[in-house]
Design a protein around this ligand. Structure first.
Ligand code: ADP
Ligand code: NA
Length: 345
């Protein structure tokens, strides 16, 4: 059949920032426009991936709720998509184990995220075997869990950023390895590369905006108030060249603000068109304009988010999570029945 199944996940590591929203979530929302008869959507809060690094349990519980609320706030409709917590569907772990038995250690050890952990400057002692042995197994094998996430739902398409292409290739490899032994059961997925530009850090516009950067003023959250947005944009690193122009290489700060504005612009103007429209402004005026555009772009999301996090919205969140878990367990259960049958289990 020609039914498309789309799966994507987000880690529960706090309220999403503009990079997450413009680089990923906006596309998730966009995909809802495809006819529901031919395109099924699975959006998963991947809380089991979050515990690859040690998490404070109270904090994780809060972040899980915040992430679910954020998915609804950006405009995902729980009647159109299956929204659920990964840890509510035990089959993710079960399929992970099964895939582990046909996955190659050599392939996993060549993955860049693992290699980068082996060579982080602050962990240079990891070069010796004792320190290396302290790295956790989950960090090494989490691409197998990611493959299980995708393959459980018969996913045909995964929307991802460039940084995730290697993991998608590994998921295809996992499906191929399993199928080579047990017959054609699992579907190797294709990628839908996100069309969005990378949103850069407000403080270091040569780096991507990320929640892993220590300074919270380097990113704007979708729940930020107008005052917070203004404060962060005023403090954003730009340059001392007068006027506004779009030139990502020599003016990364100004160009990043133009890029954010372009993504949120109601008239859908390009970065160059916005630069032209702003060229007579002082830096201060330009930043005020950027703040206004961002505030306008997130205000509905922010209002919905605040409502969902209040007690009146809280029971709605629980009901959506419960319903999502029921549907996802049913779908995953069907795949697991095929997998077990093929294996003689
Ligand atoms: P972070 O870097 O803040 O930890 P994640 O790695 O959890 O973000 O990313 C979640 C999703 O958001 C991914 O699809 C990723 O490609 C996208 N994303 C994250 N940061 C950016 C950014 N600065 N610009 C564009 N997309 C981004
Ligand atoms: Na990240």
């Amino acid at each position: 059949s020609a039914v498309k199944v789309i799966f994507s996940g987000i880690q529960p590591t706090g309220v999403p920032h503009l990079g997450n929203y413009l680089g990923a979530l906006q596309q998730w929302v966009e995909l809802q426009k495809e006819p529901s008869s031919s395109t099924r959507l699975f959006y998963c809060v991947v809380d089991l991936h979050a515990v690859t690094l040690l998490q404070n349990p109270q904090q994780l519980q809060i972040w899980r709720r915040e992430t679910l609320a954020a998915l609804l706030a950006v405009g995902l409709d729980p009647d159109r998509c299956n929204i659920f917590f990964q840890s509510s569907v035990p089959a993710h772990c079960e399929l992970m184990w099964i895939l582990s038995c046909t996955a190659s250690v050599g392939y996993l050890s060549r993955m860049t995220q693992w290699k980068s952990k082996l060579s982080l400057p602050e962990q240079s002692s990891v070069q010796d075997a004792a320190a290396k042995a302290k790295l956790k197994l989950g960090l090494f094998s989490y691409p197998v869990l990611q493959a299980a996430d995708i393959l459980l739902y018969g996913t045909t398409h995964v929307p991802v950023g460039e940084d995730q292409l290697q993991h998608l290739e590994f998921a295809r490899e996992c499906a191929g390895n399993f199928n080579a032994v047990y017959g054609h059961v699992l579907t190797p997925p294709e990628t839908i590369l996100s069309p969005a530009k990378r949103i850069m850090s407000l403080k270091h516009p040569m780096l991507k905006m990320s929640k892993s950067h220590a300074d919270p003023r380097s990113r704007i959250l979708i729940s930020d108030s107008m005052e917070n947005i203004e404060m962060k944009i005023r403090l954003a690193m730009t340059d001392s060249i007068s006027g506004v122009s779009y030139d990502p290489v020599s003016r990364p700060g100004v160009s990043n603000l133009l890029s954010i504005m372009s993504h949120l612009d109601e008239e859908e103007r390009s970065c160059e068109e916005l630069a032209e429209a702003c060229k007579g402004l002082t830096l201060r005026q330009f930043k005020d304009k950027a703040s206004q555009t961002i505030d306008k772009g997130v205000s509905e999301i922010r209002d919905r988010y605040i409502h969902l996090m209040q007690s009146s919205g809280a029971s709605a969140l629980d009901a959506i999570a419960r319903q999502g878990a029921v549907t996802a367990n049913k779908e995953a259960g069907a795949t697991m029945a095929d997998v077990r049958r093929a294996m003689g289990l």
